[in-house]
Design a protein around this ligand. Structure first.
Ligand code: PLP
Ligand code: COI
Length: 341
């Protein structure tokens, strides 16, 4: 199969339309068999549930080319399970987990020419999503839904790749106790847009959200979880019921403990202790592991000892081990890689 002629090393995190996408429809209480289509557009009623009351959930994952030329995805079963949790919280029908993984495989296979070559630094981002499509005017769940998967080749989420970023403590809240912070619903991202535009306008790359109940604990950013490294090389990540349970973060914690022999802790992380950490990073499918060099809290700067030039040494080790597993040159734990072809 011949690859598309794209400038792989220089693509950003933007939508590039690829050849095929997967579509399945839910009507009269059941999903149809689903199909691949070339049509990237969706026609729906003006009163569709997704347009009026934001009834939509999504996932994000990537396909990689390994050193020996296979195309793989990383732990798609966990994305399938998380989408079930998201759908249930928004009163949407569940898309069966085995069918979710099959839809990913079909869509990636159909767009194999867009999976960036090994070593390019790019990957094929996969976006599964589901939304209420029939007219809904009273506030209630839709009766009909569409599940889709499209792909788009991407490079680094933050311009500059592995260069440390600067983030600010947001004045806005991302998630409420008992709200929807733990699921991947479009509404969580809509309400973060003003906060991210404000952060960018003030010269920051991202927001650090604190817990909305007490504003004393670190939660996450708009699109990634946090990992911190203590001065004695322990990996610490915030525990919270109102953050997205990142698959990357769960994988990093496993890798830190079982591959690198580091101590790991998932616990409340108070903002007051951030100044004592040696390294800080954002982790997620899009972010991979993006080092944070500085956190600014209303003019007070916290500069991590790892600095603004490169990743700290432990973050670097985590990054190399995680991406080594994803790209197939470090042996993956059983079941982590799904070989597509
Ligand atoms: N937190 C938020 C709010 C996200 O949008 C994402 C991205 O998916 C993550 C964390 C990271 O999750 P994952 O590692 O599963 O991609
Ligand atoms: C992902 O990492 O897949 C996400 O969905 C985050 C988003 C900000 C791009």
């Amino acid at each position: 199969m011949e690859k598309k002629n794209l400038d792989w090393a220089n693509i950003g995190f933007e939508y590039v339309q690829t050849d095929k996408r997967y579509v399945a429809n839910y009507k009269d209480g059941k999903w149809d068999e689903g199909t691949l289509t070339e049509d990237a557009n969706i026609v729906m009623n003006e009163c569709a549930g997704v347009l009026q009351y934001a009834q939509t959930v999504f996932e994000g994952m990537k396909a990689y080319t390994t050193e020996d030329g296979r195309i793989v995805t990383f732990r798609p079963d966990l994305n399938a399970a998380r989408m079930v949790d998201s759908a249930k919280r928004l009163e949407m029908p569940v898309f069966p987990e085995d069918r979710f993984v099959d839809a990913i495989v079909q869509t990636v296979q159909a767009n194999a020419a867009y999976v960036p070559p090994y070593g390019s630094g790019a990957s094929l981002y996969i976006r599964p999503y589901m939304f209420g499509i029939n007219p809904v005017i009273g506030v209630k769940p839709a009766d009909e839904y569409q599940f889709r998967v499209f792909t788009t080749p991407v490079g680094p989420y933050f311009k500059g790749g592995a260069k440390p970023i600067t983030i600010c403590v947001s004045d806005f809240d991302r998630a409420a106790p008992h709200g929807t912070g733990h699921i991947k619903a479009g509404l969580n991202y809509a309400m973060s847009l003003h906060a991210i535009v404000t952060a960018h306008a003030n010269g920051f790359d991202e927001n650090m959200y604190l817990d909305s109940a007490t504003r004393t604990k670190v939660e996450e950013t708009g699109g990634a979880n946090f990992i911190f490294v203590t001065k004695d090389n322990k990996i610490v990540t915030p525990h919270s019921d109102t953050i997205l349970p990142s698959i990357t973060r769960r994988s990093i914690m496993y890798v830190a403990e079982h591959y690198l022999g580091l101590e790991v802790e998932e616990r409340d992380v108070y903002f007051d202790e951030v100044k004592d950490f040696a390294e800080c990073g954002l982790c997620g499918t899009a972010a991979v592991i993006s080092p944070v060099g500085k956190v600014v809290d209303h003019g007070n700067e916290i500069c991590f000892p790892s600095g603004m030039e490169k990743m700290g040494p432990i973050t670097q080790k985590l990054y190399e081990t995680l991406t080594g597993i994803q790209m197939g040159h470090i042996e993956a734990p059983e079941g982590w890689l799904k070989v597509i072809e």
